[in-house]
Design a protein around this ligand. Structure first.
Ligand code: ADP
Ligand code: MG
Length: 466
């Protein structure tokens, strides 16, 4: 086989994967456009990529698939190698997929397309927090893909990733990342109008526009923007009319190649009481998730947050916090804030012992934050010898209604789930049913002295299983 044969194989594999739908156009643009064939030699094929980050992502996502395809085509086992080519030509032409930026976000602002006026002294955006920018966003195990896509959008809104949807649990950085996109565009492209709004405000404004007969103003306001950022779209569940309105806004902006960005607490497919056509619009572009950060990332975030604060906190204390607060970044930050406040108050350096003492409550409450409805249902159903399905089902016999009420009561006691959320996990019951059930258990505790210890024991075993 000659070198050019290898090149042909490579081109053919990529073509096939796209044709079969194993590689979407979006994925291709993101990961393959900046990958170039370098050489083929014996059992090796070498590809050029712009950065280590890029290489790791491609390996994780595609290496197995690519190598097995290569095997199919050539009939022999081949290994793919990657070479980092910093001055990758295409990558330079298209800063959007130049992943070197991901590794040094500092270089980001300098790379806005020429046709836009630089606007370093543009006034801060009224709806965006100034500190929510890419420089303050630590890239870690949990968010690297989301962050690189966000940066790509920041330098080329309305380009390849439209709409862009970030999903994940509370406090994992959705709003920060979304607003970073907004700030980046706001400051680097004078001619772009960025609008940020929470879904909740969008709903309220929409309802208000109906009442005050100002619907056309409302429509105009949201259809004349270049970048529309809507935060927490799960709040649109059950809001059929607003969904309908957003659907039309979406289409108008999308057709005009304007950038749409959404955040959501779950993948769009799991939205309930949501029109399918809007859901499928969300899914049309790039959907990325944010995961809870690992220890290294938690530690890096704490260090980053400390940069802006003059109080010094010893590394051991940061480590203690990073080890113990595993839930999300908001909790992580509030533990740090607590320590900083305490250090300022007593006017001396915090020791690990003091930190431990001061944060004891926080550490255990973040433990309970890990408790899921599902776990409580399992523990309670085992204890009462019924099944979790019974708890969620329709049966109203005493054997299941009592355990069901106990489970709801416990969830209400030791987690932050709302009665609406709890109801949904119990076969779609109404929140008033949940409230009523909890009340029943409380009442019974007054008359039955054995109930409280039973509930206490159940709570202990739920926590032990966390
Ligand atoms: P969400 O919208 O997902 O609930 P936020 O964006 O409000 O979460 O993030 C919660 C807090 O954590 C914010 O103060 C944010 O600045 C911080 N945060 C989240 N992710 C990161 C990160 N990767 N680097 C630095 N700070 C972060
Ligand atoms: Mg948020």
């Amino acid at each position: 086989m000659s070198g050019s044969d290898y090149n042909l194989f490579w081109t053919e594999i990529v073509r096939q994967l796209m044709e079969e739908g194993n590689l979407s156009k979006q994925e291709h643009d993101m990961w393959f456009r900046n990958m170039e064939f370098i050489k083929g030699d014996g059992d090796f094929l070498t590809l050029g990529v712009p950065s280590n980050f890029y290489r790791d992502q491609v390996k994780q996502r595609y290496l197995n698939l690519l190598e097995s395809r290569l095997h199919d085509l050539t009939g022999s086992s081949m290994t793919i190698n990657f070479e980092i080519r910093k001055n990758n030509r295409q990558a330079q032409e298209k800063p959007i997929t130049n992943q070197a930026q991901v590794e040094s976000p500092e270089s980001r602002l300098s790379s806005s397309p020429e046709e836009h006026t630089q606007a370093a002294d543009r006034k801060p955006h009224r709806q965006l927090r100034q500190d929510y920018d890419f420089d303050g966003f630590v890239i870690g195990n949990n968010n690297s893909f989301a962050a690189s896509a966000a940066q790509a959008i920041g330098s080329n809104p309305g380009g390849a990733y439209n709409p862009f949807l970030i999903y994940g649990g509370v406090g994992l950085g959705k709003t920060h990342l979304m607003q970073s996109i907004g700030n980046s565009i706001h400051y680097s492209m004078m001619d772009k109008k960025v609008v940020y709004i929470t879904a909740e405000t969008f709903i309220n404004e929409f309802i208000h526009s109906i009442k005050s007969e100002t619907q056309s103003q409302f429509k105009n306001k949201y259809r004349k923007v270049d970048v529309l950022l809507i935060d927490d779209i799960h709040d649109l569940q059950n809001k059929k009319e607003t969904q309908e309105e957003l659907f039309h806004t979406f289409n108008a902006l999308y057709d005009a190649k304007k950038q749409l960005v959404f955040t959501c607490d779950r993948p769009p497919s799991e939205l309930r009481n949501f029109t399918d056509r809007l859901k499928s619009r969300f899914e049309r572009g790039l959907n990325v998730d944010l995961q809870p950060p690992n220890f290294e990332t938690r530690y890096a975030i704490l260090r980053k947050k400390l940069e802006t604060i003059s109080t010094s906190i010893p590394d051991e204390v940061l480590e203690l916090i990073a080890r113990n607060v595993t839930t999300n970044i908001r909790d992580l930050e509030s533990s740090l804030t607590k320590m900083v406040a305490y250090a300022d108050l007593v006017g001396k350096k915090i020791t690990v012992e003091v930190a431990q003492q001061q944060l004891k409550g926080t550490f255990t409450s973040t433990l309970t934050a890990n408790i899921t409805i599902d776990r409580v249902q399992r523990v309670v159903s085992e204890y009462f010898n019924v099944t979790p399905a019974d708890l969620k089902g329709k049966k109203r016999t005493k054997q299941v209604t009592f355990p069901r009420q106990v489970a709801m009561f416990i969830i209400r006691e030791i987690t932050d789930y709302s009665t609406t959320e709890i109801g949904l996990e119990f076969g779609g019951r109404d929140h008033t049913t949940v409230m009523h059930s909890c009340q029943r258990i409380e009442d019974r505790m007054k008359g039955d002295p054995t109930l409280e210890p039973t509930v206490g024991e159940l709570i202990r075993s739920v926590k032990e299983r966390s």
